[in-house]
Design a protein around this ligand. Structure first.
Ligand code: EPU
Length: 440
């Protein structure tokens, strides 16, 4: 019997939760360990599915991965690294998008890379054209096969001048993980500068890489012949922090997020305050709560860092269903990240999706027929319903809505939420929610 989470909504979430290392940094740091000639140690690692997937992928490439779940200490030893069998790699097809980042390290260390079909959340096409173009510019030869992509570098990987069409997080990571050991100098223009990118740069610098970031989104990397290991504490997960903050707001609760860091949440906290949320920062985390007055509607646009992050959009949309008036949200990072609103509408929310850019800046999707703007009218009384989780952030937003709704919600597909939210059912129950898990 499939797992089923039953939620009796309508209770404020109150108490404290702990957030550990960022899902969007930890797997990349694990991949970086492949480049080292010595073992690396990563701390603050959460128990999430994406970490398990990358652990399995590293293991089949001969890397020894030891984890202490309680402390979150991970030791990665790449000294016995080898090429994995294609059939072994293939068993991970569709699991995640992280394998694409193995290309540079595997080519440097093993001379070739085989990448299975990728997975990840269904929030748009999620192409890998930037990644492949980057790799070709370094000198890689890309051979697309039926089961995956085989990549070689017959003449070695050489530093290059690159200019991304869009500041993609993944493509910037691809450049970093390849350029650090490529011959000569790499200059990347229009790079992503998310906090997770800076954390990856800090890790690579510890390993011996030479990387500088300019104020104009240009990253310059001087290739080196050898990298050692790193010892690093992963930055906290700002997306999980924002999710709990939104849960406090929507359920009219009060949640202390142990581990949340204000520094990486500036745009979120501004929005949180404008809608009517309160927060208080101390050395160990941030307390979030509903200020008591009716929530205020907003005009919001997602963007690359330092803008309002696309992963904060879904939980904030749930909060906006409770605001008094009309809100507008323009999603400019992914073309198809409003699918989750379908379930919110069934729960009683009033949300219309539009193809036009309803923000101040026209984006890449405006002329291309994508439903990427939302108009939300509130407040709506939410009622429990049956939900099948569509993707990670959308799924967590459904949980928030179900926790605030009157009546019972039955949620399936919760394994998807495990990809990025550590022990989330225990955490919700610890905050006083009425939840029950059945099935296996
Ligand atoms: N894009 C392309 N071609 C490419 C790569 C990206 O067109 O080759 C487009 C994407 O389709 C998207 C935009 O560029 O429209 C930005 O994508 P980006 O490459 O920045 O995203 P990503 O690296 O695939 C990471 C996070 C996402 C997060 C985004 C934006 C990980 C594993 N994933 O994805 O996180 O939303 O950056 O910050 O780090 C999540 O956590 O739920 C999640 C989806």
């Amino acid at each position: 019997m499939a797992k089923l989470l039953t939620i009796q909504g309508g209770k404020p979430l109150e108490g404290s939760v702990r957030v550990r290392g960022a899902k969007n940094l930890v797997p990349k740091a694990m991949v970086a360990s492949l480049l080292g000639s010595e073992p690396s140690k990563l701390r603050n690692v959460p128990e999430i599915k994406d970490v398990e997937i990358v652990t399995n992928l590293l293991t089949i490439h001969g890397v020894t991965v030891d984890v202490e779940p309680e402390t979150g200490d991970l030791t990665l030893d790449p000294r016995q690294m080898r090429n994995a069998e294609h059939s072994e790699i293939d068993t991970h097809a569709g699991d995640s998008r992280i394998p694409i980042l193995f290309c540079g390290p595997l080519m440097h260390k093993n001379g070739e890379a085989f990448i299975p079909d990728l997975g990840g959340c269904r929030i748009g096409d999620r192409p890998i054209d930037y990644h492949l173009e980057v790799l070709r510019t370094f000198g890689a030869v890309v051979d697309k096969q039926v089961t995956g992509i085989h990549i070689t570098a017959p003449k070695g990987l050489k530093g290059a001048k690159l200019d991304l069409p869009y500041p993609s997080v993944g493509a910037t990571e691809q450049v970093l993980l390849t350029a650090v050991m490529a011959e000569g100098i790499t200059e990347l223009k229009n790079a992503a500068v998310e906090p997770e990118i800076h954390d990856l740069i800090a890790i690579l610098q510890q390993m011996g890489a030479i990387i500088s970031v300019n104020t104009d989104r240009t990253i310059r990397i001087e290739g080196v012949d050898r990298l050692s290991g790193f010892r690093h504490r992963a930055i906290p997960d700002r997306n999980e922090s924002a999710s709990w903050a939104s849960a406090a707001l929507v359920t009219r609760g009060d949640i202390y997020v142990h581990g949340a860091a204000q520094r990486d949440l500036t745009a979120f906290l501004n929005t949180y305050r404008k809608i009517g949320g309160e927060f208080e920062v101390d050395d160990d985390g941030i307390r979030f709560w509903h200020a008591g007055d009716p929530l205020k509607p907003l005009v919001l646009e997602t963007d690359v860092h330092p803008g309002f992050m696309t992963d904060w959009q879904q939980p904030m949309v749930v909060a906006l269903t409770q605001a008094h008036g009309v809100s507008i949200v323009h999603e400019t990072v992914y073309e198809n990240r409003f699918g989750f609103t379908e379930a919110l509408k069934r729960m009683g929310a009033s949300i219309q999706l539009h193809r036009e850019c309803l923000g101040s800046n026209p984006c890449r999707f405006g002329q291309r027929n994508f439903l990427h703007s939302a108009v939300i009218s509130g407040p709506s009384e939410l009622k429990g319903t049956d939900i099948d989780v569509p993707d990670l952030r959308g799924g967590f937003s459904h949980l928030i809505a179900a926790l605030a709704a009157q009546g019972t919600s039955r949620v399936t597909g919760i394994e998807i939420i495990n990809r990025g939210y550590e022990r989330f059912i225990d955490k919700i129950a610890g905050l006083g929610a009425d939840v029950e898990m059945t099935g296996r």
